[in-house]
Ligand binder design. Structure first.
Ligand SMILES: O=C(O)CCC(=O)C(=O)O
Ligand SMILES: [Fe+2]
Length: 272
């Protein structure tokens, strides 16, 4: 298929905005986006803790559920991966993002999933998945979906704080961060103890070409986001998702789960 994007101003719906459509949205929506933020921590991957220093006072707490793998792909691989993505059409998505999906057809509201036109993950991902599985944390990771996202400061690209679905998707969310450094902002709307009056945020710095895994508390309790201000140049990422227990051996929908995995892991996919 030809390189390019499908024509329309942008892909935003409801309260989502990007630089292309913001003039036309009500100020209320923009005000809601600028709520004050109270407690800003930075994730330290060495001590696996969130750290903050204010007026010479250092505060920190354990922050489990984040695994960072720096230089997961080489500079040559990064170039090849992005070139392969750019051979395919990027579809407009919310908040100034563009996307390419390789995965089953899902209706999250009705909790319905079927193979649909899914042809599998792309061929270029086969060696990436083999490599990630070398780490004990991901030894049994079997992705059934890959979503490529494209962020650009010119479009004001971002993704609002959210939790990924956990009816269909399993424990580990794996993202490869390409083309520029960014920050994954983890947040709890209402903190706890002496921070319970405001939002608590933890900035997880994602170097270019790194891989990050969210699991446990960082997957299920803390929301994650990419803020517009943290997109400094074109950024492309690939997020891989596995199936939840319901779709794995012993689960109620194991047959469907195994059919979807068979398709996914043939690595013959084209985007939907
Ligand atoms: O861009 C990212 O790194 C995060 C994407 C994300 O959270 C999602 O697609 O659910
Ligand atoms: Fe997400």
């Amino acid at each position: 298929m030809a390189t390019g994007e499908l024509l329309s101003v942008c892909g935003c719906k409801g309260i989502r905005t990007c630089l292309r459509c913001e003039d036309g949205k009500s100020e209320q929506h923009l005000l809601q986006k600028n709520d004050p933020i109270r407690y800003d921590f930075v994730y330290d991957p060495v001590i696996k803790s969130a750290v903050r220093e204010e007026n010479g006072v250092r505060q920190s707490f354990q922050f489990p559920g984040v695994f960072l793998w720096e230089s997961f792909v080489s500079a040559d691989e990064e170039r090849e991966l992005v070139a392969a993505m750019d051979e395919n059409v990027w579809r407009q998505s919310q908040s100034g993002r563009r996307k390419q999906d390789f995965g089953p057809k899902v209706n999250f509201k009705k909790q319905k999933v079927r193979a649909g036109d899914f042809t599998g993950l792309p061929a270029v991902s086969c060696c990436l998945v083999d490599r990630m599985r070398q780490k004990p944390l991901l030894a049994s990771f079997k992705p059934v979906e890959q979503c490529n996202l494209d962020y650009d400061p010119i479009r004001g690209s971002a993704i609002d704080p959210h939790l990924d679905d956990s009816w269909l998707w399993g424990e580990h969310l794996v993202t490869i961060n390409l083309l520029s450094n960014t920050v994954l902002t983890m947040s709890l709307d209402q903190g706890w103890e002496d921070m319970d009056t405001g939002e608590v945020r933890v900035a997880v710095h994602l170097p270019r070409r790194s891989l990050v895994v969210l699991f446990g508390e960082a997957r299920h309790r803390w929301k994650h986001a990419i803020c517009r201000n943290d997109v400094h140049g074109r950024r492309v990422c690939s997020t891989f998702r596995e199936l939840s227990a319901e779709f794995l051996p012993g689960g109620e929908q194991e047959k469907l789960g195994s059919e979807l995995l068979d398709i996914a892991l043939k690595f013959k996919g084209t985007p939907l």
